[in-house]
Design a protein around this ligand. Structure first.
Ligand SMILES: Cc1cc2nc3c(=O)[nH]c(=O)nc-3n(C[C@H](O)[C@H](O)[C@H](O)COP(=O)(O)O)c2cc1C
Length: 325
């Protein structure tokens, strides 16, 4: 029997390129598309409730659907009860996870209101207990994704927090260079991320506002990896561009919408196959951003956000292909 390949943050090829976990976007279909374009990308699931997994919530468990081609399969959990994380990890391990990532960065009011996500930045002892419990519950590598602060960036608090986390035995840390209070506004600040790298031995991954291969190269400095989020909306090819640039290779992305159509249709098919109608409904937002920049986008967007089947999607892109590209 072939031996299971064990994922390790230490051994992963550097610099690493990661697809950011993004709720409602980075599902199995999107991850498969990104891996097809840039196979070395490490993908992380969107945030999944540890409580939901513990209670075997049907909808929650669907977030764990994945395919071999997405490997390593790294599951991001959020929660606040260490014991629930332990139970969730037991289930997730049986489902083939290769790593566990703990969400300490989500700024959504609903999430922080119940002391989940980035609210943990205000409770270092609890954050530490959760991380330690996770590490002790599994042989899988545990990582954390966090922001640089809650209300504001306080260097002393930040350094204390990341060192506490490292001491629990986590194997990697991703830092988004914004505070919770900033949400997604303003610019990400990368100085705290570089500072973290100076103070930690575990791999440090930087995140925030990478929108091109040039910016990725510039931001990397001595970090172990780069994580890219919103810039992939409608443009998963950016992962191949960044991946090539980080290895000093050249990649030419498709120049016209016509060249992009086969992949857009493949993404749609995967989304519908994996999640039926929900996949179709979620695909509508991807479709409308895929055509951003196309000179007739407005005309087609209103139809794309109402598609009811794969046939509808194919018909619209056939029209685009024959009439405009
Ligand atoms: C729609 C959306 C959903 C997100 N969902 C998650 C999530 O589930 N878990 C998480 O850790 N971060 C989540 N994030 C934050 C991203 O992972 C990332 O940190 C952030 O977008 C900054 O990176 P970027 O500038 O490259 O987009 C989300 C962001 C967006 C825009």
């Amino acid at each position: 029997m072939p031996r299971k390949k064990i994922f390790s943050w230490d051994k992963a090829k550097k610099p690493m390129l990661l697809l950011a976990p993004m709720a409602g976007y980075t599902d199995s279909a999107f991850r498969q598309i990104v891996k097809k374009l840039a196979p070395e990308t490490i993908c992380i699931t969107e945030l999944i409730s540890a409580d939901g997994i513990k209670y075997k919530g049907e909808k929650t468990l669907e977030f764990l659907d994945h395919t071999e081609s997405e490997k390593p399969f790294i599951v991001q959990l959020f929660g606040k009860r260490p014991a629930f994380f332990r139970e969730a990890i037991e289930s997730v391990e049986k489902m083939g996870a290769d790593g566990i990532d703990i969400n300490m960065g989500c700024p959504a009011r609903k999430v922080i209101g119940s002391m989940h996500g980035s609210a943990l930045l205000t409770k270092p002892e609890l954050a530490e207990e959760i991380a330690r419990t996770c590490v002790e519950s599994t042989k899988l590598p545990v990582s954390v994704k966090m922001r640089i602060g809650f209300k504001n960036y306080d260097e002393r608090h930040f350094l204390d927090f990341i060192k506490r986390l490292e001491q629990t035995g986590i194997k990697a840390l991703t830092i988004h260079g914004r505070t919770t209070a900033q949400g997604f506004s303003g610019q990400a600040t990368w100085e705290p991320i570089y500072l973290a790298k100076k103070h930690l031995r575990i791999p440090v991954i930087g995140n925030g506002d990478i929108t091109s291969a040039e910016i990725a190269k510039e931001r990397l400095k001595d970090l172990d990896g780069i994580m890219v989020g919103r810039a992939t909306f409608g443009n998963p090819w950016i992962m191949a561009e960044i991946s090539s640039a980080l290895r000093n290779k050249k990649y030419t992305p498709p120049q016209s919408l016509k060249e992009k159509i086969p992949l857009i249709l493949e993404h749609s098919r995967l989304a519908i196959e994996s999640k039926d109608r929900r996949g179709l409904l979620e695909m509508r937002k991807h479709l409308s951003v895929y055509i951003k920049g196309f000179q007739h986008a407005g005309e087609f967007r209103s139809r794309l956000v109402q598609v009811e089947s794969m046939k509808d999607i194919e018909k619209i892109f056939r029209e685009i292909d024959t009439e405009f590209c």
